[in-house]
Design a protein around this ligand. Structure first.
Ligand SMILES: O=C(O)COP(=O)(O)O
Ligand SMILES: [Mg+2]
Length: 229
């Protein structure tokens, strides 16, 4: 589906992009950092396939899931606070080292960013990844030049699926809800867009775990961002 079909034949004024699983396949680096952390804590590594299922709600939940060994971690289930804090600090140190080592831009993603920018669309990354890792990754992969704004998982006091990061990005880039689109790979992205009253595109190749992307009630589902052009 062409993006312009969502906006009466025009390009949107503002586009908000999720990062992990939407623009960049970063799971190998995240898995390397999680596994190094688990090993430092005397635990078995989780492996790429499991870590891939745990990404999307930010680093604290990624590490809680890794410690619990399961994707369906809920706030009610107990992970010892000291253990969690130690694990998160180790993860940050490890991810600092692994961030960008194996990450690649998905096919079609850069062409989409370029076309949007050429049509005057103002672009932001709205990710749950902490800011300290987001800027360096975007710069290393040559994507930083497309974005006027980066909102990380720790930029505000709440993160997706809360709509606050999307509201903040729209306010900063002077986008209105009916002229702004959110593009993401997970339930957190679609829920945040819904709550902010924005149209939302979901990609099929990312890290959504649980129900299929088609069940997320996005306005369109695409296999590649190049389909939007
Ligand atoms: O760090 C995460 O959990 C994923 O970040 P994302 O919001 O870019 O998918
Ligand atoms: Mg994502």
């Amino acid at each position: 589906m062409k993006l312009t079909e969502l906006f009466d034949g025009h390009w949107p004024d503002v586009a908000l992009f999720d990062l992990d699983g939407t623009l960049v396949d970063s799971a190998p680096d995240l898995a390397a950092a999680v596994d190094r952390t688990l090993e430092q804590l005397g635990r078995e590594p989780a492996g790429l396939e499991r870590v891939r299922q745990w990404v999307g709600h930010g680093s604290p939940i990624l590490m809680r899931r890794a410690l619990a060994g399961r994707a369906d971690w809920e706030p009610a289930s107990t992970v010892d606070d000291t253990l969690f804090n130690d694990a998160l600090a180790l993860f940050f140190t490890n991810y600092q080292q692994f961030n960008g080592q194996h990450a690649v831009v998905y096919p079609g993603a850069e062409a989409c960013l370029q076309a949007l920018a050429e049509h005057g669309c103002r672009l932001a990354v709205v990710t749950n990844k902490p800011e300290q890792f987001t800027g360096p990754l975007l710069r290393q992969l040559g994507l930083a030049k497309y974005f006027r704004l980066v909102v990380g998982g720790d930029t505000l006091s709440t993160k997706k699926p809360d709509p606050a990061p999307l509201h903040y990005a729209m306010k900063t880039l002077q986008g209105s809800p009916n002229r702004t689109v959110m593009v993401g790979d997970s339930a957190a992205d679609v829920s945040a867009a819904r709550a902010a009253g924005l149209p939302c595109i979901a990609v099929t190749y990312g890290y959504n775990f649980g129900k299929p992307v088609q069940a997320l009630e996005a306005d369109a589902v695409v296999d590649s961002l190049s389909e939007l052009l």
